[in-house]
Design a protein. Structure first.
Length: 448
């Protein structure tokens, strides 16, 4: 995590852009209620941390306009993963958010997302093993699989299941102390504790947890100090047979930059994968979501959406949200034809923009050869365009960082992240780069 050093840092300026977008989108009242008081605390390649003056202020925007903050951050060139820390913490709590009142006393760290429960999770062939493992853990934490290590691609339900374990445990065991946080937040808290010379407190608190859920542990890669501290936390909890749940986009052995002793421990318990959902499961997920939101969605339309959007559940849900918003604004019933019209742009973009198309357009624009773009050459005239191509691949396709790395001459995902961040930061200052990227994007989208 980097703390923005000055008010005028690129991160701070990007955050200002995100605020402007939110103001335009939500209107002044909602902005004043939920956004105005948020301050940028830190950013990294993968996440943004904001601070709110109170736990209530921290959760308002996510509760009332789910997804809006993420969309604005992405549009402003910041990572869309966000943690909001509510200040005004009571003793013994590092960063309480605002879980429901009854649970608040028992929840030690972080906030569970209210709608990520087992009830709202659709089980299909692609996730039934992971689902069963999570259920077993929630029924008897510490007794079955310890740690439980969930892995799978972006938007396939890892965070949802991890939260569901938290909810279910809180329902069943009134005294259980649960912590749910991203690996990134763990790191930031560690840094804060070190800076304030409060390591004893940090250690004490984490070791008293009954169920520790650490989301996206791949972020621990190459963070040696954080890995060391987590190693000790892990051991302390495991010895007491307290439950540890980890999620990651890869299996432990594929997380480069992870210490052997941690990798080894991650493999002690059960490793469960989540695969992309099949057609039937995608339809069921859409119907469940429509039911939860009280939306009238016919089977035909659900099948239409599910057959066109097969990458990940987050996109699937996004398409439904977009459809229902346009339908309610235009007071039109949701038919297949209507869905086709509304989603036309989305579907066309998705179908035509491939990593190969991006690479070709970038080479075309800069007058370089594809072979050079994918080679190991590190001269400036190649590195710049290569980073632009990586940036666009991340922005315009649904491919993960590792998947993009593979298509760029088998580079490591950290190289892709670095390219993406570099371009994002330069974009704020470099008008020529902005217009080059705009031109390439327009051409890719068939607009010019
Ligand atoms: P990940 O953490 O794996 O990137 P998330 O858990 O954030 O993915 O899931 C992305 C979105 O898709 C969330 O809104 C989640 O509720 C939804 N989702 C994923 N899988 C399912 C499922 N099987 N049933 C219902 N919703 C799902
Ligand atoms: Mg997740």
């Amino acid at each position: 995590m980097n703390r923005p050093q000055t008010v005028d840092s690129p991160a701070e300026r990007a955050w200002q852009r995100a605020r402007d977008i939110l103001l335009a989108k939500l209107g002044q009242t909602a902005f004043d209620l939920g956004v105005k008081s948020l301050r940028l605390f830190a950013t990294s390649d993968n996440a943004v941390q904001l601070v709110a003056p109170s736990p209530a202020a921290a959760s308002w925007i996510q509760t009332h306009h789910p997804g809006a903050l993420e969309d604005a951050l992405r549009a402003a060139g910041l990572p869309a993963h966000v943690d909001i820390l509510g200040e005004g913490r009571s003793q013994g709590e590092l960063f309480p958010g605002e879980p429901t009142a009854a649970k608040r006393a028992r929840m030690r760290f972080g906030t569970l997302v209210p709608r990520y429960t087992f009830e709202s999770f659709v089980v299909g062939g692609s996730n039934q093993f992971a689902h069963a493992a999570c259920k077993a853990v929630a029924m008897q934490p510490g007794n079955h699989y310890n740690p439980l290590f969930l892995y799978g691609g972006v938007g396939l339900g890892k965070t949802h299941l991890a939260n569901a374990i938290g909810h279910e445990t809180l329902e069943r065991q009134s005294q259980a102390r649960i912590a749910y946080l991203s690996a990134e937040t763990f790191m930031t808290q560690l840094i804060n504790a070190l800076r304030r010379d409060r390591m004893d407190e940090f250690k004490g608190m984490f070791r008293k947890i009954d169920v520790l859920i650490l989301d996206d542990v791949q972020f621990l890669a190459n963070r040696e100090r954080t890995q060391e501290e987590f190693f000790h936390t892990f051991n302390a909890l495991h010895e007491q047979r307290h439950q540890i749940v980890l999620t990651s986009d890869k299996v432990p052995k594929d997380i480069t930059g992870l210490e052997e002793r941690l990798r080894n421990r991650f493999e002690w318990g059960l490793i469960a994968d989540i695969q992309p959902p099949d057609m039937e499961t995608r339809v069921a997920i859409l119907e469940k979501k429509a039911e939860i939101e009280g939306l009238d969605l016919s089977r035909d339309v659900a099948v239409f959406l599910a057959s066109h959007i097969d990458s990940n559940v987050r996109e699937l849900e996004g398409s439904l949200t977009r459809l229902s918003a346009v339908a309610s604004l235009s007071k039109t019933p949701i038919t297949v034809d209507f869905a086709r019209t509304v989603l036309k742009d989305l579907l066309r973009d998705r179908r035509t923009i491939t990593i190969e198309a991006i690479q070709a357009s970038v080479c075309d624009h800069y007058g370089i050869r594809i072979g050079d773009l994918l080679s190991q050459k590190r001269t400036r005239d190649i590195v710049g365009p290569r980073q632009v191509a990586m940036y666009l691949a991340r922005k315009l396709t649904t491919s993960s960082y590792p998947a993009i790395g593979e298509r760029f001459g088998n580079r490591d995902h950290s190289t892709v992240i670095h390219g993406f961040t570099t371009v994002t930061q330069k974009l704020a200052e470099d008008g020529a780069l902005r217009s080059a990227i705009e031109q390439i994007e327009h051409r890719l989208q068939g607009k010019s």
